[in-house]
Design a protein around this ligand. Structure first.
Ligand code: NDP
Ligand code: NHF
Length: 283
């Protein structure tokens, strides 16, 4: 079975590679090297954010790779603190100049910040619609949106987000938000797909990994892609960057899939902030 990363269709007609490389917590000075390695291995999708401070390293690696810009799918996200339309426009321009590119493949509202800006993420969303209309963001989406936030966009805006990037892993399967996404053609992107390593020594994961002769990380990433979600594990360890790429040459049977899904702890399994409460704005 060849290890080929599938392209998944978005609701706007574009496509996205189902596996990418995440760069949260990679130091700006180390980012070009890590992304360069990922591109050499075959990753064609990079997930960054203004908040991570490393967009410049991502752009540098893409340019140095010898690949055409069109061969690499690049996502970035609007930082908290720039939700007002004028600020969002300036911040988006700063993303394009840091990446040294004239478009991003996908631009997201990073957090809904429902307790800031009078909860007005709809005008922020309408500003992202402008970026898509003028071609500087090929696709637009949201991150950390809960069902009521998505319902507000559906009622008050024209464009349906292409994706919702949320925390999903075996300890937080996040079924309700994922189900809203499937029903409304919004693709789920699973952030912290291996829960930053916390799920890898779970006895069920270790047992499934032994049964299929793969590593715990590969088994968890495979579980995500068989559920249809997009993943972009982060690693600065060369061997792991390769390991995480080898997930399309084996399958998990229904029993293994159900055992992993059965590890869900609901809200208790969340490792990151709760989007209903998170209102952090970087200094
Ligand atoms: N929209 C949002 O709010 C958020 C988005 N994200 C996105 O999701 C991406 C992935 O999530 P992230 O939080 O980074 O966490 P991940 O779930 O990807 O886990 C990363 C951690 O796991 C380790 N690791 C990676 N691969 C393996 C492996 N094969 N075996 C053992 N350990 C491994 C890494 O260590 P090492 O590097 O030392 O190898 C690192 O400590 C981010 O980089 C970012 O792009 C993340 C959080 C929030
Ligand atoms: O992308 C992100 C990385 O993790 C941080 C801490 O959980 C988040 O705030 C942020 O959304």
């Amino acid at each position: 079975m060849a290890n080929t990363v599938p392209d998944i269709s978005l609701n706007d007609g574009n496509t996205i590679p189902q596996l990418g490389f995440g760069v949260y917590q990679i130091e700006p000075k180390d980012t070009a090297e890590a992304v360069g390695r990922a591109l050499e291995i075959g990753y064609r999708h990079i997930d960054t954010a203004q908040m991570y401070g490393n967009e410049a390293g991502v752009g540098e690696a893409v340019r140095a790779s010898g690949l055409d810009r069109g061969e690499v799918f690049v996502t970035s996200k609007l930082n908290n603190g720039f939700h007002r339309p004028e600020e969002a426009r300036r911040a988006f321009e700063s993303t394009l100049s840091a990446l040294k590119t004239d478009y991003v493949d996908l631009f997201l509202i990073h957090w809904p910040l429902p307790t800031r800006y009078d909860g007005d993420f709809v005008s922020t969303w309408k500003t992202l619609e402008e970026f898509q209309r003028d071609g500087r963001a090929r696709s637009i989406g949201v991150s950390n949106f809960q069902v009521p936030h998505l319902e507000r966009l559906a009622a008050e805006a024209d464009v349906v987000p292409a994706v919702n990037q949320i925390e999903v892993h075996p300890y937080l399967t996040n079924e309700q938000v994922r189900a809203y996404g499937s029903k409304h053609n919004i693709l789920t992107e699973a952030w912290s797909p291996i829960a930053q390593g916390r799920v890898l020594d779970d006895p069920t994961i270790v047992d499934v990994a032994e049964q299929v002769g793969r590593t715990p990380a590969q088994v968890v990433l495979r579980w995500h892609v068989q559920r249809g979600d997009i993943v972009f594990p982060k690693s600065t360890t060369p061997k792991r960057i390769e390991e995480n790429f080898q997930i399309f040459d084996f399958t998990l049977d229904d029993t293994a899939m159900e055992r992993i899904s059965g590890l869900d702890k609901g809200e208790a399994g969340r490792t990151g902030p709760n989007p209903d409460e998170f209102d952090y704005i970087p200094a």
